[in-house]
Each structure stands twice: as structure tokens, then as C-alpha cells.
Write a protein that binds this ligand. Structure first.
Ligand SMILES: Nc1ncnc2c1ncn2[C@@H]1O[C@H](COP(=O)(O)OP(=O)(O)OP(=O)(O)O)[C@@H](O)[C@H]1O
Length: 296
């Protein structure tokens, strides 16, 4: 079992630009945390500070109760945004070398390099130079490089970008397996449907500040639940005065209702039926993509 990764009030400025402003969140053992935000929002800066590639102006990164130090950082598997493989080195040699840097014996390092290249479906390229692989396959090797030393924490900067759908599935399964083993996983992505599907919790960062933090369900219902009702005549504003209805938007096809969590949905349905037949009645919380557009 790993420790929780704590990111505590990180601040970072580049000249006059405040890249991070009190960024705080944590990733628990076994949790998959999706870090999302527009280009330039501060995701890579946060991850670089976690890895110690960059120093924060203030704030702290902790693994468990203790501030992260060199030894603790060695337990992290990191996939940097600027991919860092040696193009003229063979895939297998490179992964073995990286595992040995993290303290594995030669035999264990080689076995692990084999395991991960097979698992990420690049085992047949084990003896090829990295530069001879397609970009997607290089990315699979990059993920193998983050995993080869059996890390206790994973920090992955856009691990899914540029991957075909099969590779996305392979990568997703790997992350789920690592989470099931108790590894805390932090990854950034612009693929919000994937984040919605894969993550236990999500943090949305905008211009260096966290604007939302929580489970996907919490975020989707944070402004109340949404009910969509198709059918009843919209012209009467039939839902305006119902208890628990916070806002109503009427179109000829559908009425969208923002409702409080304790609304009596059967009373809403009865009111709808009093104004005409109801063809559809369903909860319709915003998708993560809609929420993201609203927040950033
Ligand atoms: N070395 C640097 N010097 C000056 N400014 C920098 C430097 N690195 C990053 N920045 C700026 O800091 C801000 C945050 O950048 P960062 O790379 O962390 O964003 P990001 O969320 O990872 O973006 P993306 O999704 O495009 O990768 C941006 O405005 C960026 O231009």
C-alpha cells in the first residue's frame, strides 16, 4: 500500500506570470485523479514541482506525512510532457537502464522491461531503436519507462495524447490495475470523456488556480441535479412554482429543470402530466465537457 500524495498550497511565478496560485489537492492510494485545464493552466508546472524538476516559490509536496525528498521521489513513476527517451538506444536496453537507475538488479530490471513492453504491446520492438518506432509506440515505451521500476506513485503528463483507441484501452487497463494495487495515480488530459470514464476524482485548474475538485458525480451535480422532461406544453411555465425546482428552461421539445437534491421527482412528473403527455423524463446532469466549458 502506498501513501497519499499531498499537493499543498503550491505557488509559482515565472517573472510576472503567476503560474500557480495556492494549488491544493491530494491523491489517495488506489485513486485515479484526473487533472484537467486549458492550455497553459498550470498542470505541467504542478507535475514538475511534484517531481522536483522545478522548485515552487512556496507550498509543499508530501508523500504520506513527510515532505517529499530525493528517496521518496524515486518511488514515483513519471511521464513528462516533453518525452524523455534516448532516440538512438534500444527499447529494451533503455527500460532496463532506467529500472537499474531506480535500484533494481539487472535480472529484475530485464524481467520488468520484458513484462511492460509485452503488456503495452511493444514487445516485438524490444531490440529496435526508439527513434524507429511510430510516435504512438514511442509513447507506449514512455509509459513503460514510468512503470518499469514498480513505482509506488504515478504522475503522468498527458499519457493518452496521440494514442489510437486500442492503445487508450490498454493504457486505461494498466492504470486501473495499478490503482487496484493501491498506487495513487495523477494524470493530466484534455480528453474529458476519458477522464470522466476513468477517474475517481477530478481537479479542474484555470489560470493557476483550482476551480473545481471532487468526484465526477459531485462536480456534475454541484449546481443541483438536472431533469429533462419532453412532452408537456411548455407555454404554461408548468414547473416554475414546484417545490425543489431552482430554475426552468423551456423549449418546444424539452423542459430542462435544475432541481435541488431533495426534490420530489414524482411530484414533478405528476405536474408535467397535467400539462400534456410525457414522452421522456430523465436525469440529465451536465457532462464533464459542458462543466469544463462553464468553469474555464
Ligand atoms: N519555463 C517557463 N518560463 C516562463 N513561463 C512558463 C514556463 N513554463 C511554463 N510557463 C507558463 O506557465 C503557465 C503554465 O504552464 P503549464 O505548462 O504548466 O500549463 P499546462 O496546464 O501544462 O498547459 P498544456 O495543457 O498546454 O500543457 C503558462 O502560461 C506557461 O506559458
Amino acid at each position: 500500500m502506498s501513501d497519499t500524495l499531498y499537493i499543498d498550497r503550491l505557488r509559482k511565478t515565472y517573472g510576472t506570470l503567476r503560474a500557480l496560485d495556492d494549488v491544493t489537492f491530494s491523491v489517495a492510494p488506489g485513486e485515479i485523479f484526473g487533472f484537467v485545464g486549458s492550455n497553459g493552466a498550470g498542470k505541467s508546472t504542478t507535475m514538475r514541482i511534484i517531481l522536483g524538476v522545478l522548485a515552487a516559490d512556496s507550498g509543499q509536496v508530501r508523500l504520506g506525512e513527510k515532505p517529499i525528498d530525493f528517496d521518496r521521489r524515486r518511488r514515483i513513476g513519471y511521464m513528462p510532457e516533453e518525452r524523455g527517451l534516448y532516440p538512438k538506444m534500444k527499447v529494451g536496453d533503455q527500460l532496463t537502464y532506467l529500472a537499474r537507475l531506480h535500484g533494481m538488479s539487472r535480472a529484475d530490471a530485464e524481467a520488468s522491461a520484458r513484462t511492460w513492453t509485452d503488456r503495452l504491446e511493444v514487445g516485438t520492438r524490444y531490440d529496435d531503436n526508439v527513434a524507429d518506432l511510430s510516435l504512438g509506440n514511442q509513447q507506449r515505451v514512455q509509459l513503460a519507462a514510468a512503470l518499469v521500476h514498480d513505482p509506488a506513485v504515478l504522475v503522468l503528463d498527458e499519457p493518452f495524447s496521440g494514442l489510437d483507441p486500442v492503445a487508450v484501452d490498454v493504457m486505461s487497463d494498466v492504470l486501473k490495475d495499478k490503482a487496484a494495487q493501491g498506487v495513487p495515480i495523477l494524470f493530466s488530459s484534455h480528453q474529458l470523456e476519458l477522464v470522466e470514464r476513468l477517474c475517481d476524482r477530478v481537479g479542474i485548474i484555470s489560470r493557476g488556480a483550482m476551480t473545481a475538485l471532487g468526484s465526477v458525480d459531485e462536480l456534475r451535480t454541484r449546481d443541483g441535479n438536472v431533469l429533462e422532461v419532453a412532452g408537456p406544453d411548455p407555454s404554461y411555465g408548468w414547473a416554475d412554482a414546484l417545490p425543489g425546482v431552482l430554475a426552468a428552461e423551456y423549449t418546444p421539445e424539452v423542459t430542462r429543470l435544475r432541481v435541488s437534491p431533495d426534490v420530489d421527482d414524482q411530484a414533478v412528473l405528476t405536474a408535467a402530466l397535467a400539462h400534456g403527455p410525457v414522452h421522456r423524463f430523465a436525469a440529465a446532469p451536465p457532462t464533464l465537457t459542458e462543466l469544463f466549458r462553464e468553469l474555464v
